[in-house]
Design a protein around this ligand. Structure first.
Ligand code: PAF
Length: 282
């Protein structure tokens, strides 16, 4: 795996790959590092979708709100590189902040409010502007043919796939399935913040979502009743839920009738200090 810390470096490496062996299908996996099996699964999937796998590691200040964990977000570069090498990444782009943002980023991608100001965006205003802006910038640097994003961040996937479609970027956006621990907890860089007691409690979030999925599949249509029951259950076990909601997969709006298409149940809740998110498609 070749590591590039500059924009010029990754561009030149991809150009010389092309010069040496002809056009290649480049598949890109952007990350913020602190990698776990979910990321590694994305990299393995990437290999099936193209010839050259490019990953990036960049902790993107723009998507953190003041007071969020930007400073203490774990930087585990050496361990991440070992995992990426094992997973078969060809090129890693790992710029410094000064390299990617040599001046304050004034030109940004502003996702529409109906995608970006609901759910995660309502709790974390501006988060998806930061995500969309850095991903678009990374796309312009790497020029991939395809890019993979995990569905654990379901709303992020909606924002980024919509951005690519509406801005006519010639990039295939590919979803990666959520990878779970054997007890159901969705893998996340933030799981590392859980105390042992919180880690033992954490799979309840997945269990509550699974119970909603089973109830809907069995014919229950009182969405509010299902959502409130899960919220009450979480609260009674020490969680502070931000939301548990049933939404349409297509636009994350509340279901309105038989033409809604597939649904998804999404949740975000604090367990002590860490804030966990999860979702299951119904
Ligand atoms: O999902 C993430 O890790 C980040 O939001 C992303 C897509 C790498 C942008 O910083």
């Amino acid at each position: 795996m070749k590591i590039h810390n500059t924009v010029a470096g990754i561009r030149e490496a991809l150009r010389s790959d092309r010069a040496a062996s002809g056009p290649k299908r480049i598949v890109f996996v952007p990350t913020m590092g602190n990698l776990h099996d979910g990321h590694i699964q994305l990299v393995r999937d990437a290999r099936k979708h193209g010839d050259t796998v490019v990953a990036s590691i960049f902790v993107n200040r723009l998507q953190f709100l003041p007071g969020e964990d930007f400073q203490k977000y774990p930087r585990t570069f050496e361990a991440d590189c070992a995992l990426l090498i094992e997973a078969g990444v060809d090129h890693l782009f790992a710029p410094s902040e000064d390299e990617l943002y040599p001046q304050p980023q004034r030109y940004v991608v502003e996702p529409p409010a109906e995608h970006a100001d609901i759910l995660e965006g309502a709790i974390r205003p501006g988060h998806f502007r930061g995500v969309a802006t850095v991903v678009m910038k990374l796309f312009h640097i790497v020029r991939p043919h395809a890019a993979l994003f995990g569905k654990k961040d379901f709303q992020q996937f909606l924002v980024l796939s919509s951005m690519v479609r509406e801005l006519a970027e010639p990039i295939e956006v590919i979803p990666g399935e959520t990878v779970r621990a054997p007890d159901g907890l969705a893998l996340s860089s933030r799981n590392g913040y859980l105390t042992p007691a919180e880690r033992a409690e954490a799979p309840r979030l997945h269990r509550e979502l699974s119970a909603i999925v089973s109830a809907v599949r069995a014919g229950e249509r009182d969405w509010a009743k299902l959502e409130q029951k899960a919220i009450a259950e979480l609260k009674s076990h020490g969680w502070a839920p931000d939301y548990v909601v049933i939404r349409r997969c297509s636009d994350l709006q509340p279901p309105t009738g038989p033409d809604d298409g597939p649904l998804v149940v999404l949740a975000a809740a604090r367990l002590g200090a860490p804030r966990l998110i999860d979702n299951i498609e119904i």
